[in-house]
Design a protein around this ligand. Structure first.
Ligand SMILES: NC(=O)c1ccc[n+]([C@@H]2O[C@H](COP(=O)([O-])OP(=O)(O)OC[C@H]3O[C@@H](n4cnc5c(N)ncnc54)[C@H](OP(=O)(O)O)[C@@H]3O)[C@@H](O)[C@H]2O)c1
Length: 269
C-alpha cells in the first residue's frame, strides 16, 4: 500500500520517502520535517489521511503519525471534561496538566502575564488543549453588561489568549484545541451569553486556521453536548438534550490532536 506521490519539485519530501510500509522510518521523518509551505503541508496531510483511512486499525500508525509521545499541554485538566480528556490523551502522550489551582503547572487564563509565564515554564509543546471557561447563565431581561462580560473575559478571551500565546510555542505540525459547547448552535433558556461566547470561539478558530495552516499549525474546537457527569448541576438548563459522557467527548480531542483537520468544530452531540 502506498501513499499518493507528491511530485512538486519544491516539496521537501521525495516520492520514495512517502512509500509505505517499506519506508515507514523515512515517512515519519518526512511528516515531522518542516514542510511549512501551506499547499505542500496540506497535500501531505491529505495523503496521510487517505493512508490512515485505508489502513485503519493498524496500531503502528500511532507511531507513524508522530502521535506517540506527543508533549501535550492540557489547561483545565482537573475539570469534569478535562479529567476525561487527560485520561484519553494521557494513554499515549506526555501530558502537562495545567489549572488555576492544581495540576503540574498553574495558570490563570484571564491574565496575560500568567499565560506567558506558563509557556516560559513548559517550553515548546506539540499540542495545546483548553477545557476551561466560565459563562454567565441568566435571563436576558435582567442581564447586565458586566454579567455578559464574564463569559467574554473568562471563556472567550481566556481560550483566545491561550491560543495566541500557544502559536509561538508549538512544534512543526502542532495543534491547538479549544472548547465551546452545544449552545453555540442550540440555544437554551438563560443562555445568551453562552451561545455568544461559544459561537465566537468557533469563529475565532475558523479564522485563525486560515493563518495557521500556511505555518504548518492547526486549530480546532470541540463542542460537547451537556455531559452526563454535569447533569446534576446543569441538567435543568438542557431539557430534551441527550447528554454525552465526558469519555465520549474526550475522543473528539484525540481526533483534533492526532488527526489532520483544521478550522473544524467537532460536535459531540
Ligand atoms: N460540563 C458540561 O456539561 C459541558 C458541556 C459542554 C461544554 N462544556 C465546556 O467545557 C469547559 C469545561 O467545563 P467543565 O464542566 O469541565 O468545567 P469545570 O469542571 O469547572 O473545570 C474547569 C477547569 O478549568 C480550570 N480553570 C478555570 N478557570 C481557569 C482559569 N482562569 N485559568 C486556568 N484554568 C482555569 C479549572 O481549574 P481549577 O479547578 O484549578 O480552577 C478546571 O480544571 C467549559 O468551557 C464548558 O463551558 C462543559
Amino acid at each position: 500500500m502506498y501513499l499518493p506521490t507528491i511530485t512538486d519539485d519544491t516539496a521537501t519530501c521525495s516520492a520514495a520517502a512517502l512509500k509505505l510500509p517499506c519506508s515507514t522510518t523515512a515517512t515519519k521523518a518526512c511528516m515531522q520535517r518542516k514542510v511549512s509551505i501551506g499547499n505542500h503541508w496540506f497535500a501531505i496531510c491529505k495523503a496521510y489521511a487517505g493512508y490512515r483511512t485505508a489502513a485503519a486499525g493498524a496500531d503502528w500508525l500511532h507511531v507513524l503519525s508522530g502521535a506517540s509521545r506527543m508533549k501535550i499541554l492540557l489547561v483545565g485538566a482537573s475539570g469534569t471534561l478535562g479529567q476525561a480528556v487527560a485520561t484519553t490523551l494521557g494513554t499515549h502522550h506526555q501530558l502537562i496538566r495545567a489549572g488555576r489551582h492544581g495540576g503540574d503547572v498553574q495558570v490563570d487564563l484571564t491574565d496575560d502575564a500568567s499565560v506567558q509565564a506558563l509557556f516560559a515554564q513548559v517550553g515548546t509543546v506539540d499540542a495545546v488543549v483548553a477545557t476551561t471557561g466560565k459563562l454567565h447563565f441568566g435571563p436576558l431581561g435582567s442581564m447586565t453588561p458586566a454579567q455578559f462580560n464574564v463569559g467574554l473575559q473568562d471563556k472567550l478571551l481566556g481560550q483566545v489568549r491561550l491560543a495566541l500565546a500557544a502559536q509561538h510555542h508549538l512544534t512543526a505540525g502542532g495543534s491547538i484545541t479549544l472548547t465551546s459547547g452545544i449552545v453555540s448552535a442550540q440555544p437554551i433558556r438563560d443562555g445568551a451569553n453562552a451561545t455568544a461566547v461559544n459561537a465566537a470561539l468557533e469563529g475565532f478558530a475558523r479564522g485563525a486556521a486560515c493563518e495557521l495552516l500556511p505555518r504548518g499549525l492547526r486549530i480546532n474546537v470541540v463542542s460537547p453536548n451537556v455531559l452526563v457527569e454535569s447533569l446534576a448541576d446543569y441538567g435543568a438548563y438542557f431539557p430534551g438534550f441527550e447528554a454525552v459522557t465526558a469519555q465520549r467527548a474526550s475522543l473528539a480531542y484525540q481526533r483534533s490532536v492526532e488527526g489532520v483537520q483544521s478550522g473544524q468544530v467537532f460536535n459531540v452531540w
